[in-house]
Every structure is written in structure tokens, then in C-alpha cells.
Design a protein around this ligand. Structure first.
Ligand SMILES: [Zn+2]
Length: 1054
């Protein structure tokens, strides 16, 4: 195992041992281990984690700053015209470019490696060739012989386990499933014998109607791309040389010296409130000897959820939708571990039981991946301010609840298994003020935690929050009237922008020219500077364009009040978006920050100009639609921005095709967000106006992290290979996030590179390093721990159908772009067919008729059908191209919970709300109506139905709706009096009104943004949107749910 580049540190035998272990992980992206260093000499520092240079980012800032020529230029005087706003007559006044030969900023800014970087494989799914029509590689990998048992021969390496009571003659206690039986058909036994409650999975299928099956010509082209099926060897040198060490692999709390274990749980009174914002006190350290207890506890965990063992015939059980929102599955872990585990809202895996080998994973035909919401707003977040951040010396993992303490002085990494020393400072627990209990420190008691990063985590001092707004002020933009809303929103929220006394702000407007605004403190009013040379944009007076918000607040307010009126008479129809973005980028380069761009049309002038590509007649065709960018300008500029810590958020307010496929790249690669308001108009579309206002309110005031990077590590043997979301992958696994916001989600795909058969538990850790708006460098760490399993049945039992659907949606977006929409649709369908076929052929003992699914996947066909009908992937003429692209952006950027609500909304009947089953929160009674299937069958004309689609709430009122609801809730005398546009319910003094409003408020409170409520009458244009979401129904171009099930069954039973 000798590898080049292993540092000669860690002289103790154990240290060396662990180091070997680490070196074996070469090639896994989590490690940053020595081998990787050797391969990537230019990025050696990455291996040190965040405490050294981040490649490609800060170094470029220095020259940019020192070369900043602008002040010199602006002082060069005569050629520029500076006019007070009051004198502004229209875009005729011009600042001519000073006679500087060339702008030195440009080359120096562009000299970094970033723009030249090739499309990273992780953002280029094409780089990982897969069989078309399927997401899953390796379909043909032969199942290894005896894969169920391939670690029974290694029980010798588990001395602790063997000293524990053993069950069923199997000394290896890593696998609870073996309790029931040791024979080869145990996965079937498991279902048969362990299914006391399950309906007998038999019965003739309903008559099969003929239907035109979905095209699935590409299915049978499996093509393994990554494959570790051969890797079933154990790690003999590791385990045999140091059995104690290896035994504790996967245990979070191996045995400690007696005195160490029995410490009385401390009270929280010793908590120093100022330094440690640790909410609930430490959790008791129950030193359970996990060896034997792990088994029965896990089993009892299963028996607590007997429905998990059900096998369901979906053709018989028509409604599997739970009455309340679907909860993520609980990993089958010992309760002492599980109670420390990361909240699934933050960190979730598609399979809560990790297959031991890639071969097993391939066999399940389910995608393995993580879904993250790392910067979610949290009510409680323990913050550690101590200067010692304890991390694994080998793989840089942060100490976490799932490491093992060998004794007081040594802990073993749960990702690479290296044994590390406990630093002296860590021996003291600031919570309890007790010395000698490192295992009680908050870092070891919380799967989610934030550290205040010391100076070694910075390459430059934390930059101030910088907000630059870039407004389209062309004729088209003025027509929409959006500037009024945006400027008013900004005025309202100016004091709520996250920041401190250093906050900087600036504004740029553009049409065919670019307009800057000097807001220098002391001016009597803002001054406008126009640059008409859009071929080679320069920045006049840069020091006065981004100004301290506190010092120049009045000027900023002046400008915001004036701006909406300044261009009302403009006749300028051209849009020089590209040059404006270049100018904004130059302005922000020294500091980084957030750029908010408002655009209302296709850019027509200068670099980045685009041509219309959408042909309305071709909308229905799934082929030949332009999902790929027509220019790489926006991506390249985004990469430049990323290198200078600038994120670009795009607000597209356009009634016409604006080529979001191209424009969106500016946000995607710079870690920004995209907002889209089709047909925005201040008068004709009041609902969009309200939506923009609400979303701006959230956007302007939500938490923001600057200069961020995120890395995701996982236990040795697992490997992350594809990332989804808005960011740039800087090195193999370092995501560059110039900004991070609490509403962004991410997903990654993983494979099993080495057999995990000597491991019971694996862990995943995300670490997000960012600069807070207060100028603090912070690290937010989430750690998730999951069990490893060895049978296909267990893999299926632990499947998280929402996470699977979410990850498949991300993969399908990539497939749509790299291949075609129809290919992506086929792949989605085949994902269901393949996994259910695998379940049928490999898990079910007798081949029943019907469509048999494990309980965990009972909603899989429904969710995939919902995805096929989602705007991203639907066929038919409904979606115009930009709307489809936007939906795809949302798939990539939304946290899972909102993605699922968008895809499969929750439907409630609300005209008969009662207090039965209601919940009580703060003396408020909140009705809990059951969730209904998404079918018009569930609607009735005498009722009112609320659909919660995440960012939108739709209340459809039937034509014969009961008078009681009309008058007591809507406050109207009859149906005809319901306003055409109604986005709020009146607060009436009736119990019906109180219940309805309580329920809607409760739904809204559960998300950080404010979903608009649309009240929909039968003849409202919005009714189509409402019905669009009835995913169980047949449409012109899509199967009904039942037809879809029949199709799946046909394919599965082939
Ligand atoms: Zn480690």
C-alpha cells in the first residue's frame, strides 16, 4: 500500500496504521489524501481543507485590486460628462472612454485559470456515459457469488463482537438481518416471516387494458461506467494488525475506561451563554455496548414499523398516498446513534441503508445519492467559538457524533479510520466546564454545528457585504413597470439587508448604454454617468459607485425614489445586458458580493446578444427544443464571477422568449438563483406584481453567506461523482459558492468504490465555509450516519422514495440537456421499471401477479409520473421554452421538500374544515384536513379545494360551492361575486374563516418564503394550472396513474 506522497507524520504505530488505511482511499474524492496531492500538485493546499489557499480564487484578487485603474481613469478628467440626475434628459450624455490604451484590468482579471477550465465532469453528465434511457450504469454486472455472505469469513476481525453474545451462530453482528435465518433465501424469508400485517400479496390483477406503452426502446443498453464489484476483499492488514481499532469502525461509542463512561450527565447550567449558543444542553452519553445491543435494537426498530415490510400490489391498492405529508424514512440504526443523526431536512440519502457493494447497488437499480439543504434557516444551531477545531489529520473530517473515542486521548475518524489525538484544549468541555470529557463536547453531540473559523481559514480578511443591483431600463422594461416594485421593495427593506456598518451598495442601469450612479457621501444628489462604449466597457469613478450604505443612505434612497421615473419616456429598445454584466463584474471584482440582475427581454446588443430560438409550433415536439445555451458567454462570465467571489442572481420578467437556457448560466455557475415572472406587468398582471414583492422581501432580507466553499466527504469506500445545483466545481469535490443562501438545495450522486463489508456504518459530512454578513468566517458542518446492509431486500426497505425521485429529477434535467427530453423521460420511466423488476426477480419469492412493490417504494410510480407531467419534462404544448427551462432550474436548485411539493402538490378539501384532529400551536387551533389524491375524481363542484404546490397555493372554488363557504370564508354573497383576481382571504369573524386562515397560515409558516394564494373560479385562467397538477388523471399527452401502473407492470413482468 505504499503510496507516493504520504507525509511522514503520525509516528505512532496506530497513526501509521490509519494512514495506510487512508491511503487506500486514494481516488475517492472525499479524502484529499496524500495521493491526490501527488496528482494535483498545484492544489496541494486543498488537502489541508479550508485553512489554506483555495485554488483559483483569492490569488487573482490581489492583482485586480492593485491594478485597479479606475480611479486614475476617472481623474483623467475632461472627457467624461457627469450630470446630476435632475438634468438627465435621456440617454444622450456620454462619458467617453479616457485615452488609456487598454484596460489592464481585463487581462489581469481574466488571467486566472478559471475561464479556461473545461466543463467539469460533475457538471457535465455526458462525461459519465450511461446507457441511454436509463440512469443506472452497470446493469449487467453479474451478481457476485455469495454477496450476501461475503464477510462472514471476516468475523475474526471483530473481536469485540465475538466477545458479545452471538445470535444464530453468526459471530459477525454487523447485519441484523441474519438473525432470522442464515440460509440463502433469507431475503424472502424476511418478507414472508416478518410480515404479520401485510396484505397477502396475491390476487389476480385487474383486467389489463391495452394501451400504447411509453416508448422505451433504449432500455436494454446497460453499460457499466463505474464498477467495484470485483472489490470484495477485506482489509486484512488493517483489521488483523489492530483488531481493536478496526472493531470500533462504525461504532460511535466503543468502550471507554469505566470512569469515563459513567460520568453523570451534566446539567446545562454550566453553559457559558456568551460563547456558546447551544440550545438544549448536551445529550446524555449512554455508553451502550453496541455490539450485542445493536442487533435487537435494530430489529425492534424494524418491528416498530411493520408496514415497512409490506409488499404491496399497486394495482389493487389504488391509494397509497398518506393522509398527512410523507415523512422521510428513519434509518435502521441503534437509537443512540439515530437520535444524534442529522435532520433529514438538511441531509438526506436516497438509500437509508447503504448497499455494501456497487454490485448490490447495481442490482437494486436505485440511484445512490445525497440531497442537501445545508444553509437552511435553523431555529437552533449550536455555535462553537473555541479556537481549536478538531479535524482528522488525514482526511480533514470534522470531529462529529459518529467518531469513536478509543480512550480519552484518542479518537478514530469515522470516514477514513485514522486514529487522531484529542488536543489538550478539547479535553475541556465549555458546556459543562468539566475537564476530561471530550465526548460530551457539543461537536461530538451535534450532527449539525457551526464553528467560528479562526484566521487560518481565511486567505484575506472577510470582505464586507456588497450588493450591486443591475436594472434593465429599456423601453420594454419601463413598459412592465417593474422598477416601481423593485425600488419600493428596496426602500422598504434597505435597513434589513443583511450586513453591518461595512455594507456596500451600488446600482447600474442599462439599455443600449450603461449608466452608473455616483453615490459618494456628501453629494447633494446621485450623479449619473453614462458609458456608451459597450464594446470595451470601463468603469468611471469606481470608488463612488459602490458606497457604504450607512454613509450614503440618503443618496441611495434618493436614487431609488427617482429611478422609476427617470426612464419613463425612453424610446430605447435595445438591451446591452452582456456589457452591463461585464461592467458590474469589474466593479465587484475587488470584493466579491451579490449581483442582482433584472432583465425583461432578449439581450440584443454587444457581447452576449442572443437570437430568438423558440418556435412555438415546435413546442409539442419533445425533440429539437433548445435546452442548451446558444452561447458560452454567460457561463464564462459566471466562472469569472465565481473566481472573484461574485454571485449573480437573475430576475427575468418577460412576456416573450428570452432564452433563459443561455441567460440562466450566469446564475448557475456563479451559485446564484434564478427568478422568473412570465408576462410581468404592473397593471395587467397584479398577481405577478404581488409575487415579485413577496419574493423580493424574502430575497433581500434572508441570510446570506459570502465567499463560500462547500465540501462533502464520505466514508472510505464511497465516492461522490456528480454534483447538482448552482455552483462551480473547483476541484474534484470543492464546490465554489460565491454566495450561499438558505433557500438553495444541492444533490450529489455516489457510488460504492470499495466493498464496505467490514463496515457497519458509513457517514457523510458536508462542510460549508462562508463569510457571514457580519464579517465572520464560519463553518457549518452536517454529518449523517447510515447503516450498511448486505441484502437487496434491506436496500429496498430503506429506500427513501422522495429523495430518490428528487435525485432522479436532477439526473433527468442533465439528461434532457445532454441527450434529449424524450431520453430523459424514458430514463425516468425505466428507473421505475428496472428497480421494481429487480425487486420482483431478486427479492420476491413467488412470482405473484400484479405490480408488487416494497412499502418504501409504494409512491415511486406516482412520483415519477408526476415528474413526467411536471413542467420540466412534460410533453404537449403547454410549456413555453423559458418556463420549461425555469422549471429545470428549480429542480436543480430547490431543496427536496419544495421540489416534491412542486412535483406532487398536496390537495386538501377546505370548505368543511373541522377541529377534529386539529393541532394546537400557541393557542391556535389548526385544522388538519387529509391529503387527497391528485385527481378530479376527488373534486366536487359543491366544495372548495386547496392545492399546496410549494411556492404557490391555489384555492379552487367549485361552481356550486356551499353558500356557507362563500359567505363565511370568502366574504361574498354568491359565486359570481368572487373577484377575478383574489389573492387573499378576508379575515371574517366566523369560525369557518378562522379555520381556513389558520390552516393557510400554518402552511405558509412552514416555509421561509411566502407562497401566494390564488383563489380560482371555474372560469379563471389559473384553473388550467390547477388542473395541470392533477397528475393521476389522463391528459391528451400523458397516461393516467392507473394506465401508467399497467404499463409498468407489463414491463416488469416481461
Ligand atoms: Zn479521517
Amino acid at each position: 500500500m505504499s503510496q507516493p506522497g504520504i507525509p511522514a507524520s503520525g509516528g505512532a504505530p496506530i497513526g501509521l496504521q490509519a494512514q495506510n488505511g487512508a491511503a487506500r482511499a486514494s481516488g475517492s474524492p472525499y479524502t484529499n489524501g496524500p495521493v491526490q496531492n501527488a496528482l494535483m500538485s498545484s492544489q496541494v493546499s486543498v488537502s489541508q481543507g479550508y485553512n489554506s489557499q483555495l485554488p483559483g480564487s483569492y490569488p487573482h484578487l490581489i492583482p485586480a485590486k492593485t491594478l485597479n485603474p479606475v480611479s486614475g481613469q476617472s481623474n483623467s478628467g475632461g472627457s467624461q460628462t457627469v450630470s446630476p440626475l435632475s438634468n438627465y434628459q435621456g440617454p444622450g450624455q456620454t462619458v467617453y472612454r479616457p485615452s488609456v490604451a487598454s484596460n489592464p484590468v481585463t487581462p489581469s482579471l481574466r488571467s486566472g485559470p478559471v475561464p479556461q477550465m473545461p466543463l467539469p465532469t460533475s457538471q457535465n453528465p455526458a462525461a459519465t456515459p450511461m446507457p441511454s434511457g436509463s440512469f443506472l450504469p452497470g446493469a449487467n454486472i453479474p451478481p457476485p457469488l455469495n454477496w450476501q455472505y461475503n464477510y462472514s469469513s471476516q468475523t475474526n476481525h471483530c473481536p469485540r463482537a465475538s466477545s458479545q453474545p452471538t445470535m444464530s451462530g453468526n459471530a459477525n453482528l454487523t447485519s441484523p438481518q441474519y438473525v432470522s435465518s442464515g440460509d440463502a433465501s433469507l431475503q424472502n424469508n424476511f418478507i414472508k416471516s416478518g410480515t404479520p400485517l401485510g396484505p397477502p400479496p396475491t390476487g389476480a390483477p385487474p383486467p389489463v387494458r391495452a394501451l400504447t406503452p411509453q416508448k422505451s426502446t433504449h432500455r436494454a443498453v446497460p453499460q457499466p461506467t463505474f464498477n467495484s464489484a470485483s472489490n470484495q476483499e477485506a482489509t486484512p492488514q488493517l483489521t488483523s494488525k489492530n483488531p481493536t481499532m478496526s472493531r470500533s469502525v462504525g461504532y460511535s461509542y466503543p468502550s471507554l475506561p469505566p470512569g469515563y463512561q459513567n460520568t453523570i450527565p451534566p446539567s446545562t447550567t454550566g453553559m457559558p451563554p456568551s460563547s456558546l449558543n447551544y440550545p438544549s444542553g448536551p445529550q446524555a452519553f449512554t455508553q451502550t455496548p453496541l455490539g450485542a445491543n445493536h442487533l435487537p435494537a435494530s430489529m425492534s426498530g424494524l418491528s416498530l414499523h411493520p408496514e415497512g415490510l409490506w409488499v404491496i400490489n399497486l394495482l389493487q391498492e389504488r391509494n397509497m398516498l398518506p393522509l398527512t405529508p410523507l415523512q422521510p424514512p428513519v434509518p435502521n440504526l441503534h437509537e443512540d446513534i439515530q437520535k444524534l443523526n442529522c435532520n433529514p431536512e438538511l441531509f438526506r440519502c436516497t438509500l437509508t441503508s447503504i448497499p455494501q457493494t456497487q454490485a448490490l447497488l447495481n442490482k437494486a437499480k436505485l440511484p445512490l445519492g445525497l440531497l442537501l439543504h445545508p444553509f437552511k434557516d435553523l431555529v437552533q444551531l449550536p455555535v462553537v467559538t473555541s479556537s481549536t477545531i478538531v479535524r482528522c489529520r488525514s482526511c480533514r473530517t470534522y470531529i462529529n457524533p459518529f467518531v469513536s473515542f478509543l480512550d480519552q486521548r484518542r479518537w478514530k475518524c469515522n470516514l477514513c479510520y485514522r486514529v487522531n489525538d484529542v488536543p489538550e484544549e478539547f479535553m475541556y468541555n465549555p458546556l459543562t466546564r468539566v475537564y476530561g470529557e471530550p465526548h460530551r463536547r457539543p461537536e461530538v453531540q451535534n450532527a449539525t454545528i457551526e464553528f467560528m473559523a479562526p484566521s487560518e481559514y481565511m486567505l484575506r480578511p472577510p470582505q464586507p457585504p456588497v450588493y450591486l443591483f443591475v436594472f434593465d431600463v429599456s423601453h420594454n422594461a419601463v413598459e412592465t413597470g417593474y422598477l416601481n416594485s423593485v425600488c419600493q421593495s428596496l426602500l422598504d427593506n434597505l435597513d434589513l439587508l443583511p450586513g453591518n456598518t461595512r455594507t456596500k451598495i451600488g446600482f447600474i442601469t442599462f439599455d443600449s448604454t450603461i449608466h452608473f450612479y455616483s453615490l459618494q457621501e456628501g453629494l447633494s444628489q446621485p450623479q449619473m454617468l453614462i458609458v456608451s462604449d459597450i464594446e470595451d466597457v470601463f468603469i468611471p469613478m469606481p470608488e463612488n459607485l459602490l458606497v457604504n450604505l450607512n454613509e450614503s443612505k440618503e443618496l441611495v434612497q434618493d436614487l431609488l425614489k427617482t429611478l422609476p421615473q427617470m426612464f419613463t419616456k425612453t424610446l430605447e429598445t435595445q438591451s446591452a445586458l452582456g456589457p452591463a454584466l461585464q461592467a458590474a463584474f469589474k466593479l465587484m471584482s475587488p470584493t466579491g458580493g451579490r449581483m442582482s440582475v433584472f432583465q425583461t427581454q432578449l439581450p440584443t446588443l454587444g457581447v452576449g446578444a442572443l437570437k430568438p430560438r423558440e418556435e412555438p409550433n415546435q413546442r409539442s415536439s419533445a425533440k429539437e427544443i433548445h435546452l442548451t445555451p446558444s452561447t458560452d458567454f454567460y457561463k464564462k462570465l459566471a466562472l469569472d464571477c465565481s473566481g472573484q467571489q461574485v454571485a449573480v442572481d437573475l430576475f427575468l420578467l418577460s412576456g416573450q422568449y428570452s432564452d433563459l437556457a443561455s441567460l440562466g448560466c450566469i446564475s448557475r455557475y456563479s451559485a446564484g438563483s434564478v427568478y422568473y415572472y412570465p408576462s410581468y406587468h404592473h397593471q395587467h398582471n397584479p398577481v405577478q406584481v404581488q409575487k415579485l414583492q413577496k419574493e423580493l422581501q424574502r430575497y433581500l432580507t434572508r441570510k446570506i453567506g459570502f465567499e463560500a466553499v462547500m465540501r462533502i466527504r464520505c466514508t472510505k469506500g464511497l465516492s461522490i461523482h456528480t454534483f447538482h445545483g448552482n455552483f462551480f466545481v473547483r476541484s474534484t469535490d470543492l464546490l465554489s459558492l460565491p454566495n450561499v443562501n438558505p433557500d438553495a438545495g444541492y444533490a450529489v450522486q455516489m457510488s460504492v468504490e470499495e466493498s464496505l463489508n467490514d463496515t457497519q456504518l458509513v457517514s457523510f459530512q458536508s462542510a460549508l465555509l462562508y463569510t457571514s454578513s457580519k464579517g465572520e468566517r464560519r463553518i457549518r458542518v452536517h454529518t449523517l450516519c447510515l447503516p450498511v446492509v448486505s441484502t437487496l431486500n434491506e436496500v429496498f426497505l430503506g429506500a427513501d422514495v422522495q429523495a430518490i425521485s428528487g435525485l432522479l429529477a436532477n439526473m433527468a434535467v442533465d439528461r434532457s440537456v445532454t441527450a434529449s427530453l424524450s431520453d430523459a423521460r424514458d430514463a425516468l420511466v425505466n428507473a421505475v421499471i428496472d428497480s421494481l423488476s429487480a425487486y420482483r426477480s431478486s427479492v420476491l419469492s413467488n412470482q405473484q401477479h400484479g405490480l408488487m412493490v416494497p412499502f418504501s417504494l409504494r409512491l415511486f410510480p406516482l412520483f415519477v409520473l408526476a415528474l413526467l407531467k411536471q413542467k420540466s419534462f412534460q410533453t404537449g404544448t403547454n410549456a413555453c421554452l423559458d418556463e420549461r427551462i425555469f422549471a429545470m432550474c428549480q429542480v436543480k436548485n430547490q431543496p427536496l421538500v419544495y421540489l416534491m411539493l412542486t412535483t406532487h402538490p398536496s390537495l386538501y378539501r377546505v370548505d368543511n374544515l373541522s377541529d377534529e384532529g386539529a393541532i394546537n400551536i400557541n393557542d391556535r387551533t389548526i385544522p388538519q384536513p387529509p391529503i387527497l389524491q391528485l385527481s378530479v375524481e376527488k373534486l366536487s363542484r359543491d366544495g372548495a379545494f386547496l392545492m399546496d404546490a410549494g411556492s404557490v397555493l391555489m384555492l379552487w372554488v367549485g361552481r356550486n360551492c356551499r353558500q356557507n363557504f362563500l359567505s363565511q370564508v370568502l366574504g361574498v354573497e354568491n359565486y359570481a361575486l368572487i373577484p377575478q383576481t383574489m389573492t387573499d382571504l378576508p379575515e371574517l369573524d366566523t369560525p369557518e374563516s378562522a379555520r381556513t386562515i389558520a390552516f393557510i397560515s400554518w402552511l405558509r409558516e412552514q416555509r421561509p418564503f411566502y407562497p401566494i394564494l390564488y383563489v380560482i373560479r371555474d372560469e379563471s385562467p389559473m384553473k388550467a394550472n390547477f388542473l395541470q397538477n392533477m397528475v393521476e388523471d389522463r391528459t391528451e399527452s400523458a397516461l393516467s396513474y392507473y394506465e401508467f401502473l399497467l404499463h409498468i407492470q407489463q414491463q416488469v413482468n416481461k
